[in-house]
Design a protein around this ligand. Structure first.
Ligand code: ZN
Length: 247
């Protein structure tokens, strides 16, 4: 199927690019991305992916909008307080791009939602237990996983193409000595644009993966907004990783 006149205009800045073009845009339109967590990371991820014309976005978050979210969660307005995040997000995303399909799951992430068969899972959660669940599921299903986190002035991004690489996963790179794992945005604070930067990078990574242009499996990048510096880390597989050393 060729693009409509409206789509030619809407996606014209993609169509101008040799490595996206009409074929790449068709690929994006036929893709299904699951975004887990609609907070400070999930908001920019969802906005950019809806704008880019990802044909189907599944959103998963059990929370309602709170006034303390508005400092960084850019999908929501003051009047959205006390409403479900996924419902507010769905309304905003459909206003941005009415032709895409947005499915709202107002619940914690579950095996049922993960079984819906997204092409890529985007980890925008704020806790280790959810991250480990996503890592385990994505590894088993060979689904690419794009994960980010942020706290204070610092953000971190790491992605896994489990279709192409069966060694090295999120479980391999968890640093058990890296401070208190119970620290999160709620008790330690975070600067909004740091989440915006990391979420934007997640969205860009998703687009690259869908277009088959991703080759940074397990490479971690860290951004320190206080110094403006980036750090790139190469991880190695854990010899006895419970997830990826078992095949
Ligand atoms: Zn592993």
């Amino acid at each position: 199927m060729s693009l409509s006149d409206e789509q030619f205009l809407r996606y014209s800045r993609h169509l101008l690019m040799a490595d996206i073009g009409e074929q790449g845009q068709q690929t994006l339109l036929q893709s299904h991305v699951l975004i887990v967590g609609l907070g400070g990371l999930g908001c920019p991820v969802a906005l950019y992916l809806a704008a880019a014309g990802i044909g189907r976005l599944s959103l998963c978050d059990a929370d309602t909008v709170d006034i303390t979210n508005l400092q960084r969660q850019i999908l929501y307005k003051t009047e959205d307080c006390d409403q479900l995040k996924v419902d507010c997000a769905k309304t905003a995303l459909q206003q941005l791009n009415p032709a895409i399909d947005v499915v709202a799951h107002a619940s914690e992430i579950s095996a049922e939602i993960l079984e819906l068969g997204a092409d890529i899972v985007v980890d925008c959660t704020d806790n280790l237990a959810a991250r480990q669940l996503l890592n385990c599921h994505c590894y088993q299903r060979a689904t690419p996983l794009v994960s980010a986190s942020a706290i204070g002035w610092e953000g971190q991004l790491v992605s896994f193409d489990f279709k192409a690489n069966r060694r090295l996963c999120y479980n391999c790179i968890i640093d058990e000595n890296a401070g208190d794992p119970t620290m999160n945005c709620a008790n330690a604070g975070v600067v909004g644009p740091v989440l915006g930067a990391m979420g934007s990078l997640q969205a860009a990574t998703v687009i690259r993966m869908l277009l088959g242009q991703f080759d940074q499996h397990g490479e971690m990048q860290r951004y320190d907004a206080k110094t403006g510096r980036w750090l790139y880390l190469t991880a190695s597989p854990k010899p006895l990783c419970a997830i990826c050393a078992t095949e």
